[in-house]
Design a protein around this ligand. Sequence first.
Ligand code: PLP
Length: 422
Amino acid sequence: KLQFSQIGERLSGQSGIVELMDDLGAAMAGGGDMRMLGGGNPAHIPELQQLWRERLSEIVADTTYCDRMLANYDGPAGSPKFREAFATSLRELYGWDVGPENIAVTNGGQTAFFFLFTLLAGEMPNGGFRHVMFPIVPEYIGYADQKLDPRTFRSYRPRIEILENHSFKYRIDFDAIEVTDETAAICVSRPTNPTGNVLTDDEVSRLAGMAASHDIPLIIDNAYGEPYPGAVFEPIAPVWDRNRVMTFSLSKLGLPGTRTGIVLADEQIASRIRAMTGVVGLANNNIGQALVEPLLANGKLRAISQEVILPFYQAKSTAARQWIDQYFADEFPYQVHRSEGAFFLWLWFPELPVSTQELYARLKQRGVLIVPGEYFFFGLNDQEDADWPHRRQCIRLTFSQSEEVVESGIRILADELRRLHG
Ligand code: PLP
């Protein structure tokens, strides 16, 4: 009879990211009344939409190029021209010693992470087992179900710093985190999805030191980060060296449909990622690479990131925060994580009387999608951390949609919270 393997079950069973993407797909396709404060869809920024339409027209007008793009498979590492252009842009922006041999394109950053986790963690040739260490959770929901073994992820709670005006910030608890011989890699997103936290240069450099002393990689996920799309609201100084793996994505530049992720790593790792693409998917989608490639060399992608994307999301973040303070109006306890980047506000309700799953279900009934916070606390120690109430008191809210959607979503959220706390 039909049966599913253990790994099959793990990859196809109940999953936060699948629920989130189902919700997102339905809301974005629907034209209905759902207020999409859920997934990480980028905003449709008019200047960017126009830029991508113009680039598509240029490609279509160049028949030879267009025919090649559509009718040829790329090599599994990605288009050589794109990889060269991407590496050159990083050399010019940051002075990093990188070339195309350090770059492997993947079908989205999501796939890059599945490959990296699977490549580095799990049963080892010597019979041991290695895990990926997340020095701070909450972390990106999309990693949570990518483990092929229940032991794959090990995470640590943050220190919580309470700030003025209903604000707070998570910090890495360097007294708690531990790299051992069983650690395969350290992994962080920067800015962090879901919290909008941007780890400081000092925190990153300390993590890099811990990784280097064990000769393992520090993986930094720049899906929202520098240099593209650059949704980072406070200046940072990104660093790369051979002990670091960095991932980038074209999605948050307004191109999630092209499924383009980029891994920057030591040649050994980049070449393994290339091979995994060959095995799992033969080659990558090449349309995103074709759209973006000339804009890397002429600096336009950097300029539009800095001049259009960054101010756009920063203004959205500020507006969302103002509506929260206006509609919540001190009627129940709440704290908002400092918004330092990405597309989200992370809200904490210390006296929430129901689970955030329940809050999610109630809000969905009222036409508002948010993401319950529980999903983002994966990899913790189930026994010690089970009683940590904070895990069940947070939600993520996306501010990338229209003013009307975000404001009315926050108004309804406030109303529901008032009833619940009543
Ligand atoms: N990493 C983070 C932190 C994300 O938020 C996302 C998407 O939301 C991804 C990776 C993967 O995105 P994509 O596969 O579209 O590149």
